[in-house]
Design a binder for this molecule. Structure first.
Ligand code: SAM
Length: 370
């Protein structure tokens, strides 16, 4: 038994450090997992519901009115999310991404953002607080999100052609409303917006050049995501994946691009810029150019399970810990001992025999957070 002191920061925004002393068994203070990867990012799914039925994420056939969505009591409350975030921040997490489901469907989300914006990292910095949305409610929510302290936004948009986009979102949602949401975000002062486009071969890949042209020179970074085999319901197979290299080749043939250095180690997207200086684009290539070796992300599901990999099939129950009177220190200790044993590197072994039938039980992205 060793005695440790873990600094847990107050969530009152004072930057004050409360030192909590408790006798614990062992704490891996190095913040590294079994593969030497530090814990730096946390994605939090605030709802498992979405108003889109993107065929690659929440296909209608599975996510219909009979789908067993979580009840309100099963969701982590804002207080529980803020408490967990505070603990994660004390352990080295610097970046928080709110996601879902569609995070803007969670009622009064700006109240949560305000709470998270007050939390400080272990080096007394504000958290890098960001959110991924389908943009459908942005016109309505952008000002409140900005005022609450949200720093950055990523908007998903899979094409500019209405027929193609509606085929992807499968709820007849028009492109113009998403573009209007993006405009609303810009009007209230969100700079450095990112737009994510999932590319499905044969479905929306002919939208690549149009999307590049539209966002080139706009100050918005367009990122192309390879269609991934996340979850168990999207009918993924390799023939529907258009490798990022192919996307880059197509763009380069029309608008010359060149690779640039990552902003920080472990950045998910590979950065490229237009040679004519009109901005940058990114590629998220989790299928063809895996980045497990530098993955610093953990995920909290809508009901408070900790997931160590997007492709995991099991989580660790932190909601019960939160609701059973455990101290911050006990929870911090549990997080670090869980993280220290993390050995996940799914994308690197995708397709190998070791996956076997377990790959069919992977947790859905809407629940774990994209
Ligand atoms: N509803 C929000 C949105 O649309 O951005 C947040 C949640 S969504 C699960 C987060 C991101 O994951 C989106 O950019 C979405 O396009 C992406 N995504 C979902 N399923 C995917 C898949 N099978 N392959 C690649 N990206 C996927």
């Amino acid at each position: 038994m060793v005695e440790k002191v873990i600094p847990i920061r107050s969530d009152e925004g004072t930057g004050r450090t409360q030192s909590i002393t408790e006798t614990i068994v062992e704490l891996n203070t190095s913040n590294k997992d079994a593969r030497g990867r530090a814990l730096r990012d946390l994605r939090i799914s605030v709802t498992d519901r979405c108003n889109f039925r993107c065929t690659y994420c929440m296909p209608k056939e599975v996510f219909d009115k009979n789908y067993p969505y979580l009840t309100h009591n099963e969701l982590l409350s804002f207080e529980e999310i803020a408490r967990l975030t505070n603990i994660f921040a004390s352990l080295g997490v610097e970046k928080i991404r709110l996601t879902g489901g569609e995070p803007l469907l969670r009622k009064n989300l700006e109240v949560l953002i305000e709470m998270l914006a007050k939390i400080r990292t272990s080096t007394n910095q504000t958290l890098d607080l960001t959110l991924t949305t389908n943009g459908s409610l942005l016109r309505k929510k952008a000002a409140a999100l900005k005022a609450a302290g949200l720093q950055r936004l990523t908007i998903s948009l899979d094409g500019l052609n209405d027929d193609i986009f509606k085929k992807m979102n499968d709820v007849d949602f028009p492109v113009t409303d998403v573009l209007d949401g993006i405009a609303a975000a810009q009007e209230v002062g969100f700079n450095n917006l990112k737009v994510n486009m999932v590319v499905k071969k044969g479905i929306n890949d002919h939208e690549i050049i149009g999307m590049a042209k539209h966002f080139k020179g706009s100050g918005i970074t367009l990122r192309f995501i390879e269609f991934m085999d996340v979850g168990s319901s999207n009918g993924w197979d390799m023939s529907q994946v258009l490798p990022s290299q192919e996307v880059a080749n197509r763009i380069n043939a029309i608008f010359p691009i060149e690779p640039i250095e990552p902003n920080y180690p472990g950045e998910v997207a590979q950065r490229w810029r237009y040679v004519d200086g009109s901005g940058e684009i990114g590629f998220i290539s989790s299928v063809t150019q895996t980045f497990c070796h530098e993955c610093t992300r953990a995920r909290i599901s809508t009901d408070g399970q900790l997931y160590l990999c997007l492709f995991a099939n099991e989580g660790f129950d932190f909601k019960t810990m939160l609701r059973s009177g455990r101290s911050d220190l006990e929870i911090a200790n549990a997080i670090m001992s869980t993280w220290s044993e993390r050995n996940d590197h799914y994308s690197e072994i995708r397709g190998s025999n070791t996956l076997g039938s377990s790959s069919s039980q992977k947790v859905e992205m809407s629940y774990i957070g994209g």
